[in-house]
Design a protein around this ligand. Structure first.
Ligand code: AMP
Ligand code: MG
Length: 399
């Protein structure tokens, strides 16, 4: 029986084994949630040309009540090609190039027309209503750093900066195997003693949330040969293998011996925590294997604490992205003498402080309790009770 290690040591061993995957090129518009493998810099000053912030008239700076000859129009995408002289005006749209010679824009609302003459009712100061080149971005400026995840704003910035394709880390391929003779597919009618395979869809979705590329989840019978052969195939095809159930030491638990036969090297076999104690982690380079408990809450917790940081590291996210956060307990919690507890909790903000409020129901089979939880409050082992206000650490529950 393998020695139990702490949650922290287990996470450290996972991160030590998870090296960033190679990079590939992706079209910006398809790169949502991908992690940048290289910095993104502006290819030019943006705006690239002086342009109007308003619909109105491009003019030279001057006092109120000027009568100006209208000589043409500058539209967005179609600049006016001729130099503007004092005493002239060019109709201009928002975003259109300010013609040479003009150094101010008078808003449409601040003018009136008198035949071909535009009367500027207000004074125009030099620079008024003009967006200067480089106001948003400077050519060569670093806009997005390697290791950042591309969100909608980052995609827009990259495109505006002139970028069409980005260097991103390859998405980790994740295989999901669910062991258990009792498991049936979603919606399938159940016979006596059978249950639906909820871990399959849950782990698939969690892997996807963490940027992984899950393959179709497979159900496996509690059979040594079937377990071994499915694991062999999964190892060939994947960066990460998640296998749920069958990881304890019962007569129908075949996962550990199968992993051993295949040559997956154990990095830990048991974590001093509740739920999720029998979580197993090993490596057959370059693939990482997580054998997760079958109990659904335990599987969700073990995924969040161990597989999620691995997926982040494989994609090149900085460790800080999955670091534990400091929080305070909102209510007292009874400690377990030998094991840390990972309690399903809601995380609330109290000023600058995070408050962790453990959910009332914590059973490793009580799936519905997951619905109320955002986080995992890590309660150290010990005697007695941890009072409200105690400092603890908080992990994100992937959901
Ligand atoms: P095991 O780890 O295989 O001993 O399973 C522990 C508990 O989790 C048992 O009650 C199983 O029926 C249940 N379980 C195992 N696999 C799954 C699964 N894929 N979906 C839902 N429950 C599961
Ligand atoms: Mg089982």
């Amino acid at each position: 029986v393998a020695a139990e290690i702490t949650v922290f040591e287990a996470r450290r061993r996972v991160l030590a084994a998870a090296a960033q995957l190679d990079q590939e090129t992706a079209e910006v518009a398809r790169a949502l949630d991908r992690v940048l493998a290289a910095d993104i810099r502006a290819t030019a000053d943006i705006p690239a040309f002086p342009c109007s912030a308003m619909d109105g008239y491009a003019v030279t700076a001057g006092p109120a009540d000027r009568r100006l000859a209208l000589i043409g129009e500058s539209r967005a995408g179609t600049p006016f090609p001729v130099r503007l002289e004092t005493g002239q005006a060019v109709r201009i749209s928002t975003g259109a190039s300010v013609p040479a010679g003009a150094d101010a824009v008078v808003r449409q609302e601040d003018t009136h027309r008198d035949g071909d003459v535009v009367v500027a009712d207000v004074a125009a100061e030099s620079g008024a209503n003009i967006r200067r080149p480089g106001e948003d971005m400077r050519a060569g400026e670093r806009l997005l750093a390697a290791g950042g995840r591309l969100d909608p704003a980052a995609l827009a910035v990259a495109v505006a900066a002139g970028v069409g394709t980005v260097a991103v880390t390859r998405r980790p391929r994740v295989a999901i195997l669910c062991t258990g003779d009792e498991l049936r597919a979603p919606g399938e009618p159940l016979g006596p003693g059978q249950i639906h395979n909820s871990n399959g869809p849950m782990l698939t979705a969690q892997a996807e949330r963490c940027g992984g590329e899950p393959s179709e989840a497979l159900r496996l019978p509690d059979d040594p040969d079937a377990t071994e052969s499915a694991l062999r195939t999964a190892l060939e095809r994947s960066d990460v293998v998640l296998i749920s159930g069958g990881v304890s030491v019962g007569p129908h638990d075949h996962v550990r011996p199968a992993l051993d036969r295949i040559g997956v090297e154990q990095r830990f076999g048991s974590v001093a925590m509740r739920p999720g104690r029998p979580t197993w982690f090993g490596v057959r380079a370059p693939t990482l294997v997580f054998a997760l408990p079958g109990n659904p809450v335990s599987a969700a917790v073990a995924f969040s604490l161990f597989a999620a940081p691995a997926l982040a590291a494989l994609q090149g996210l900085p460790a800080a992205a999955t670091d534990l956060r400091a929080a305070e307990l909102a209510i007292p919690v009874r400690c377990h003498p030998h094991r840390a507890q990972a309690l399903l909790s809601r995380c609330e903000h109290r000023g600058a402080m995070l408050l962790a409020r453990p959910c009332p129901r914590q059973g490793s089979h009580v799936l519905t309790a997951l619905l109320d939880a955002t986080s995992l409050a890590l309660i150290p082992s010990g005697e007695g009770e941890l009072p409200a206000g105690s400092p603890i650490q908080l992990a994100e529950l992937v959901r």
